[in-house]
Write a protein that binds this ligand. Structure first.
Ligand SMILES: C[S@@+](CC[C@H](N)C(=O)[O-])C[C@H]1O[C@@H](n2cnc3c(N)ncnc32)[C@H](O)[C@@H]1O
Length: 344
């Protein structure tokens, strides 16, 4: 049998496989990703003893009625890089804008359920980080109704997330008291591993959700949705569809978090135009956000609705979605590529 590294992936094979991947997962593989696709599918070809990608594609189309191999292909091609407290300022934002207000409301006798979704959660570090943040900020945790959902299209990473077991190195950069509070250390055969404590695990449930599916299996809405470093693999058509859908799954005032490299400002008609009108009408929230921005001292992105890119130094602003819901997002950099958090 040919070595996979010697095996060619023809233009036609690449087009067929990337179209299938796009159709099934939304993941858009550019021409530069040809070697990545070839490399990641190599194991699957070896597994079936196929000698060409055309044979493998034929298998996917004609010999895979249950979609088992299709799932294996998706598992192999998706990228799963993640970490505990990745982009840690998002968890500060979660504390300040959701958990502290929830705690304050509870002291006034209004204790509401808290629902958070980590969409594209990979091996679980993100939803467990959310759970750690929740546990650290809600006193008498057992009295709260908190549910955190971690979902991903990849069934292998979801299985791994459910174990809640990670190599010790994954927590080596975290403060030692945080690790002691939330993780158990492996002993004997488990040496070199850590496991989340049961009270953290109990807050999180995992399931497979393909964001491309027309119907998402939720009845209620979320206080916060994290979809970070996932939409970056989708093209703009898919990103737009998803953002419009995420917005409908947020409670009023909810938060949406996207990764730092996910620039959503091009969704101008959806996110910005009505904001300009709001601002022209002199709505208080807009000027409040400018004050916050000045205090924090970062510059407004060029496309910011205030249209004063040179003078406005805004990091937090309130805008409206096309549906008239109020959104706020946080932007830390001059060019809008910074982390976003918005809610309606
Ligand atoms: C790079 S990881 C991001 C993990 C985590 N959100 C973070 O920021 O650390 C991207 C995840 O998105 C998942 N993904 C890709 N396409 C998806 C889809 N159509 N539906 C659900 N998850 C998807 C991948 O399987 C992968 O685990």
């Amino acid at each position: 049998m040919q070595m996979i590294s010697e095996m060619m992936m023809t233009d036609a094979e690449f087009e067929l496989l990337r179209a299938l991947m796009y159709q099934q997962s939304g993941v858009h593989l550019t021409e530069q990703k040809r070697d990545l696709l070839k490399g990641r599918l190599a194991k699957r070809l070896r597994h079936h003893s196929y000698e060409s990608f055309a044979e493998y594609y034929d298998h996917l189309k004609n010999e895979d009625p249950q979609g088992t191999e299709l799932q294996e292909m998706i598992n192999a091609v998706t990228t799963h890089k993640t970490a505990f407290f990745r982009e840690s300022h998002h968890f500060d934002c979660l504390r300040e804008r959701l958990l502290i207000p929830a705690r304050q409301a509870a002291t006034r006798g209004h204790q509401s359920p808290i629902r958070i979704w980590s969409a594209g959660c990979s091996s679980g570090e993100e939803p467990y980080t959310i759970a750690i943040t929740v546990a650290a900020n809600l006193e008498r945790l057992a009295t709260w109704d908190v549910k955190i959902l971690g979902s991903d299209i990849d069934t292998h990473v979801i299985d791994k997330a459910r174990t809640a077991i990670y190599p010790l190195e994954t927590v080596s950069d975290l403060p030692s008291d945080l690790v002691r509070r939330n993780f158990l250390s492996g002993k004997g055969e488990q040496a070199g591993l850590v496991r989340l404590k049961p009270e953290i695990c109990n807050l999180v449930k995992f399931g497979r959700v393909n964001l491309m599916d027309e119907h998402w299996p939720f009845r209620g809405k979320f206080d916060a949705i994290f979809c970070r470093n996932t939409m970056i693999y989708f093209d703009r058509n898919v990103q737009r569809r998803l953002i419009e859908k995420f917005v409908r799954y947020l409670k009023p005032g909810g938060l949406f978090f996207a990764g730092h490299s996910e620039n959503l400002f091009w969704l101008g008609d959806f996110l910005h135009h009505r904001a300009e009108r709001r601002q022209l009408r002199g709505i208080r929230n807009a000027s409040r956000s400018h004050r916050i921005g000045r205090r924090q001292g970062s510059r407004c992105p060029r496309q910011h609705p205030c249209r004063r890119p040179q003078s406005c130094r805004t990091t937090l602003c309130n805008i409206e979605s096309r549906f008239g819901q109020r959104l706020g997002f946080i932007n830390e950099g001059p060019f809008s590529t910074a982390p976003l958090a918005f809610g309606l």
